[in-house]
Design a protein around this ligand. Sequence first.
Ligand code: ADP
Ligand code: ZN
Length: 214
Amino acid sequence: MNMRLVLLGAPGSGKGTQGERLAKKLNVPQLSTGDILRSAIRGGSELGKKADAFMSKGELVPNQLILDVMAERLAKDDCKNGYILDGFPRTIAQAEGLDKILEAANAKLDAAINIDVKEEEVIRRLGGRRQCSKCSAVYHNEFSPSKKGNICDKCDGELYQRGDDTDATIRNRLKIYKQETAPLIDYYKRCLKNVDGVGTGDEIFKRICSLIGI
Ligand code: ADP
Ligand code: ZN
């Protein structure tokens, strides 16, 4: 289905998990800037080197760098019929940049979905988060462990704890989220859908689907 969606929400609110489900159901790509940057870091590219310095501290990668990456990505063929944006835009400047990209393509966002989760809950979630180094699948030590321990259930890749999922960095990311990203909830008010982000993955997915009528 032809849809362009933005996922908003604090780090650990479940954007990645829900984005993956939405992408499958709508048959459009899920574009996670976090995953794009992490894979650039692993690949050792110029982009990766620049991004790493910011990400490891829990700071935002500069707007222009992100906008260049996303302008290029959104111009690819697989984005023609829509996409799920997960982790982008993250600042007002990025949202304005996205508006320009959309305008140039004569396209419009269908909705911005804000996944609402309280700060204490987010801190609990991020501390136990583990991610697959091969396919980026996300697990949680306590809430959704892999059946194979430290190995990915889906692809047998090794699971790791992200360098930015440590206490001090988590607090910094939440502070930056409040300052830089939370204002997007107002920026997108004309197409905003607020969803309660507490519950099972299935429950939250159902809420989202009914909000956007799919
Ligand atoms: P989370 O949402 O849990 O923080 P992400 O994987 O989306 O995880 O992002 C991890 C890090 O990647 C961020 O803390 C930031 O350093 C960088 N990053 C991702 N997306 C953006 C973006 N749109 N603008 C700037 N930095 C970004
Ligand atoms: Zn995997």
